[in-house]
Design a protein around this ligand. Sequence first.
Ligand code: NAD
Length: 457
Amino acid sequence: MSSVRLNVENQRKYFNSNVTKPLEFRMEQLKKLKELVISNQQKIIDALKADLKKSEVEAYISEIGLVLKEINYTLKHLKKWQKPKRMPTPWSLKPGSAKIISEPYGVTLIISPWNYPFQLAIAPAIGAMAAGNTIVLKPSELATQTEKLLAEMINSNFDSQYFCVITGGKDVGQELLKQKFDFIFFTGSTAVGKIVMSAAAENLTPVCLELGGKSPCIIDESANLEVAARRVIWGKFFNAGQTCIAPDYLYVHESIKTTFLSLLKKNIRKFYGENEFKSNDYGKIISKDHFDRIYKLIEGSKILYGGDQNKEAQFISPTLLEVSSWDEKIMQEEIFGPALPILSYTDIDEVISVVKSKDRPLALYIFSTNNLQIDKVLNELSFGGGSVNDCLIHFSSTEIPVGGVGASGMGRYHGKYTFDTFTHQKAILTKSYFFDLDLRYPPYTEKKFNLMKKFLK
Ligand code: NAD
């Protein structure tokens, strides 16, 4: 038997023993995870620096801090979340009472990507633990140092029957997908998402797919351009553009295009200096293969700013591009790197109709002070989630869900939504022995049937 299979079978035995279900167990494990994150903080920062040249601030706010916030929020609310919920009972079912029991799915699999390699591995695991599941976690092999650290942290502190990290690439991922899990949480590309979903279908395993796509960012003529430019540059070049919800491209109103472009350039210089290569706050591309992929996209377009590169250092400078047609290479796929194509428009309906004709994006941003225009965009376009007058920050709230729609994914998480995602809601109706109406029992008569129709109105 393969070691992957053995791990999954051991977890199933462990889950079936009911050890993971009591609230005390879940709280204890979450507290242990919190302590581990705190005590390994420096190692996490070092690993993220080695993998992505992430600055300490970005490492904290987008990985360590987000994870700690999720754990604290879960610890605070878990007692309430996991309680059976009493529900109203229709009078036709009385005497009786209804409730929903939140039960863990069982043995769960989490597969995570390399761009926020710590946070995107641990954040779903928090909900899986909170709900009382066991977890097999496969981090991305591309963020090698973080992968190694995650394996060390989890495998030497948790019982592998409960929570284990299995390292490796595509082959290990495929081996894992051959096993029977009770729930799969996948974060990664749309292409691999399809592979995950079809493997899950073999066992009718439910999935949550957190995928990617091209996320639009619209700057209309009423926007506060100074603030918008600052926020767009921050959101786009955070983690050197390797953020699933980063603005993939801009749609800027023709009347403000020149002003906005000069503000974008000004902010790049302000944030990262004249030589971004030397900036401690600017990251690197994860691998040489991704470097080649991104640079090929840039080469096909007109560069308005940046375009500097150093393959050895996996560096591509913040780059602004002018795009006049969706036929250009850069508009054919998710960029997932530090290149920002700029398109212009004169009528918001044009933008809406183009975005509607593409795959539904993971995120959408609109900068505007015109509420009618904002509402039009929010009501007419379908996308995972987003922000008005800002970028990325909707991801950091524990109160609203994060997830895609259509090609950008299915399911949601963060805060209570992660707990719900890893939970089956078991509906129970408990009847009393008192009073057993003969009405529903055969032989059915016309009189009974007429009465039943009245009951079911
Ligand atoms: P990827 O799909 O290549 O890999 C993701 C994970 O799947 C990795 O752990 C990888 O080893 C594994 N994997 C790859 N091929 C597999 C296979 N055939 N079978 C099983 N597992 C396999 O994605 P990536 O390059 O790591 O990440 C980039 C993508 O992830 C982008 O599209 C980005 O938008 C998306 N993403 C989405 C979110 C989100 O929250 N929605 C967050 C981060 C990244």
